[in-house]
Design a protein around this ligand. Sequence first.
Ligand SMILES: [Zn+2]
Ligand SMILES: [Zn+2]
Length: 306
Amino acid sequence: MPTFHTPLLHHHSRLQQAFPTLIRLRFESRFTESAGRGVFATRKIGAGDLIHTAKPILAHPSLSTINTVCYFCLKKLTSTEFHGKGVAFCSQECKENAKVFYEVETKADWLAFDDYCRNKGLKYPLLVKRLACMVISGAASAESLDILQPSNLSHEMVLEMEEGYGLLKRGFAMANISDEQMAFLTKKWYNSVLARIRINAFRIELAVGSYEDLLSSASACVEAEAAVGNAVYMLPSLYNHDCDPNAHIVWIDSADAQLKALCDVEEDEELRICYIDVSMDRDARQSFLLQGFGFKCNCLRCSSGD
Ligand SMILES: [Zn+2]
Ligand SMILES: [Zn+2]
């Protein structure tokens, strides 16, 4: 059974059921200004505590790391798994789990699509392609990401997306995927998925690359390496932002995420993560959040001018 979560969660109650016991979700806009929903602690959580783990709905390596990390979980490949050419998996399990997209994907030639992403420095169309493969294989619903907030797309962005959409569609058509199987793949679908991925994808930086690195690094300060890829999650995307967050997301050795408390959190307190680099000054944070995420940050830190 694939461990990929492909939720068809259209009702809050179903989402709530899927929640770990330490948190609950509120959809009341009274509590959260930016998104109209938020994640709250159901009981006291101590600094450093693991709040919950999260498996990605979608994950994809960066094009620069595609030959050195697992094509499914983004774990660093060891030399024995590393084929030197093409993609590889870290384990039999990942190879099995990847079938949900890989069998469809390998039917087509993605050279033009990948070149388009590489030349324009785009990473999110790769996630759209992966989701499209999963929808075609029947492993995911075309509406999988609908619950996530979309970003606003400017006219220029929509025009920019046309090329990627065309290349994606052409790739599947050349692989003899039938029109019926591709019925979901409209320009509207492509833009809507990309709009959601744009503000909900996490850039994954692994704390450690391998077991050896883990042994050699001081446990108190693990150096973050450069991004190995990008991933979209369900629960972590429902956390609101704060420039002085009480929770953060960490990746140890793969795209499986851990949500941890940064300080003591009281029962009923909202859990918030920082969407951007916390070390930026107030003006930089404000413009980054407005342009990238579409909201004006009114957190305590911003209000106090810090
Ligand atoms: Zn793997
Ligand atoms: Zn702020």
